[in-house]
Design a protein around this ligand. Structure first.
Ligand code: MF3
Ligand code: CO
Ligand code: CO
Length: 263
């Protein structure tokens, strides 16, 4: 199914939800330090979303079996859907924190990579290339562009650095539901797939591995890891297709890219 076209009032709600999700990542940044547990990060985010933002953390009880926490924390070789735990972060760890909030019935979904202490050169490069692949994809978005064009640019860029793209998980339409059609895969062929139209909202969230692309799910039924235990990085934004380009609904202050890109 194609993406739904959001009305002006839905778009306003998506802007608010997107800003709140981005604010959570900005709030948590100073706490992502050596020694903190991912459970502690979860509690800080949960309380901020519920008490300060008066919003709902979408991951909590989502899916089957119900996801048990309010954010995802994916450390080192965890690709995505890492469950916060009593394990503490150590020097050199890389961690993706993925935040999704529901405000006034609409979802904002975003994630970024954090590094604890000093990362390896390899980790730093993987994180940078993954963010650059997201930005290259965002810069393509406008009416008339096809999803295959977006997947292609991510795949080309990642593979040109000898990295691999995770295929089992993808971006998605978003709105009143957490995961809506279409699936936004991070590989593909130009001139294929759904055509973007003004008013669509979707995420792009490339997961890129330093080693092989294969993943497996742990017995907890959520945590996705690289089969070869190689490092994995991910960045995610929620986007709105505008008349002549794209608006990044989950932009943070620490980013170099513009919120509104017009072509
Ligand atoms: N936030 C993830 C995404 O980007 C989905 C997490 S589902 C959860 O689509 F249940 F693990 F939270
Ligand atoms: Co998402
Ligand atoms: Co997410």
């Amino acid at each position: 199914m194609p993406a739904t076209i959001k009305t002006a009032s839905e778009i306003e709600k998506m802007r608010i939800a997107g800003r709140l999700a981005a604010d959570v990542l900005q709030m948590i940044e100073p706490f992502v330090k050596k020694g903190v547990t991912t459970d502690e990060l979860n509690k800080l985010c949960h309380d901020y979303i519920v008490d300060v933002q008066q919003a709902i953390p979408a991951p909590l009880n989502y899916g089957h079996p119900p996801f048990p926490k309010s954010i995802c924390t994916s450390v080192n070789h965890v690709i995505c859907h890492g469950i916060p735990s009593d394990k503490s972060l150590k020097d050199g760890d890389i961690v993706n924190i993925d935040v999704t909030v529901i405000k006034d019935g609409y979802h904002g979904d975003t994630s970024k990579m954090f590094v604890v202490g000093k990362p390896s050169i390899l980790a730093e490069r993987l994180i940078r290339v993954t963010q650059e692949s997201l930005y290259k994809a965002i810069r393509l978005v406008k009416p008339g562009v096809r999803l295959g064009d977006i997947g292609h640019v991510i795949q080309q860029y990642a593979e040109s650095h000898n990295y691999t793209i995770v295929r089992e998980y993808c971006g998605h339409g978003i709105g009143a539901n957490f995961h809506e059609d279409p699936q936004v895969v991070h590989y593909g062929k130009p001139n294929t797939g759904e055509v973007l139209e003004e008013g669509m909202c979707f995420t792009i969230e490339p997961m890129i591995n330093a080693g092989q692309r294969q993943s497996k799910v742990l017995p907890d039924k959520w945590t996705v890891v690289t089969k070869d235990r190689s490092l994995s990085a991910q960045w995610e934004h929620t986007l709105l297709v505008t008349k002549d380009g794209v608006e990044i609904l989950t932009l943070r202050d620490d980013e170099q890219i513009e919120r509104i890109i017009s072509h």
